[in-house]
Design a protein around this ligand. Structure first.
Ligand SMILES: Cc1cc2nc3c(=O)[nH]c(=O)nc-3n(C[C@H](O)[C@H](O)[C@H](O)COP(=O)(O)OP(=O)(O)OC[C@H]3O[C@@H](n4cnc5c(N)ncnc54)[C@H](O)[C@@H]3O)c2cc1C
Length: 312
């Protein structure tokens, strides 16, 4: 495989493969570099229920289809973990653990990792009562009881969202105050089905197929107690933020207050020829559909950049 391309895309999630599809259809010689499974984060999700036109679909299947679609259009994929990016004579040098690649335009779509709640049983019950995204999984808790962990903007937003779906929402706030602005918290307090547990942490969950026992700690006294639920009737949404994967682009971009990369509407960064797309951007809604849209825009912006700079 030729190591020089028109466009290199780092990350094979929804943003990366949407970008690859649009770039390949525009006749660019495009390569996706991915160090995990095609589909990125959705590859770990049993059901994607909110991508228009698909109905319910397994995340792994959707990821695979996105890769196949882009490759059918002419994109190439390679396995590799990108460790750093250099600039040389207006080219981007992409260093992976396998090879060195180069291109005049680069789209980075490396995603973001939801921060963990840090309680016992969290990993075991992920997708079986533990969630990191109300927009993704809220519908599964219609008429049920949900706990939300967090005291910042995203926790308050998720509580408001879930209060329209769940029967009862309990917001578990580690400290005795919210980090979210007062106005947001005041709106939250107007909802009858939301209660707040200040100075409280969830420290353990257990159950069999789904969660049926939650252990809470009073952070003021250190006392703990367990609460029991019918299996499948309760969920925990961890809403303590995301860590955007920005390390490899850090020298070339500005970061927003959420740690994501700042781009303009064309997905351009402050470095000409470098575009960022998907969850790694500074943005409010991290979903498959927004990542895919970012990817499409980034690809067409990269195409325009290459054309205007006489590279294609
Ligand atoms: C459990 C779970 C369930 C979800 N459910 C839904 C849902 O139902 N509906 C919905 O719309 N959204 C859902 N989401 C959110 C959705 O998955 C993301 O918004 C979406 O995947 C973001 O796409 P992305 O391409 O920006 O990033 P990602 O999907 O995170 O893809 C980034 C890719 O980059 C690769 N990568 C990172 N760094 C490097 C590197 N240095 N070198 C090479 N490759 C690299 C990663 O391996 C990964 O494949 C869910 C998320 C999770 C975690």
């Amino acid at each position: 495989m030729d190591s020089t391309k028109d466009l290199i895309i780092v990350g094979g999630g929804p943003a990366g493969y949407s970008a690859a599809l649009y770039a390949a259809r525009a006749s660019l010689d495009v390569l996706v570099v991915e160090h995990g499974m095609a589909g990125g984060q959705i590859a770990t999700s049993d059901i994607i229920d909110n991508y228009p036109g698909l109905g319910s679909c397994s995340g792994a299947e959707l990821g695979q289809k996105m890769q196949e679609h882009a490759e059918h259009a002419g994109a190439q994929s390679t396995y590799g973990s990108v460790s750093s990016i250099d600039r040389k004579d207006d080219m981007f040098i992409v260093n992976t653990d396998m090879e060195q690649l180069e291109a005049p335009a680069l789209i980075v779509a490396t995603g973001a990792t939801p921060r963990l709640g840090g309680f016992v049983g969290e990993d075991e019950f992920r997708g079986r009562g533990v969630s990191y995204c109300a927009t993704c999984d809220g519908m599964f808790y219609r008429g049920k009881h949900v706990f939300i962990i967090g005291g910042g903007n995203s926790a308050v937003e998720e509580a408001m969202y879930l209060s329209n779906i769940a029967e009862h929402v309990e917001l578990v706030v580690r400290r005795d105050v919210f980090r979210a602005p007062r106005g947001m918290v005041e709106r939250l307090l107007t909802r009858d089905n939301i209660t707040i547990r200040y100075q409280t942490s969830i420290i353990e969950v257990s159950g069999s197929t789904f969660i049926n026992r939650i252990v809470l700690r009073d952070n003021a006294t250190g006392e703990t107690h367990a609460e029991m639920f019918d299996e499948g009737s309760v969920g925990i949404f961890v809403a303590v933020g995301h860590d955007p994967a920005t390390q490899i682009v850090a020298p070339y971009v500005d970061l927003g207050s959420d740690g994501g990369v700042v781009t303009d509407e064309s997905m351009a960064t402050k470095t000409p020829g470098l575009f960022c797309a998907g969850d790694m951007r500074s943005k409010s809604l991290r979903q498959v559909i927004t990542a895919a849209a970012d990817g499409a825009i980034a690809a067409m912006s990269a195409y325009a950049y290459l054309e205007e700079s006489g590279r294609i």
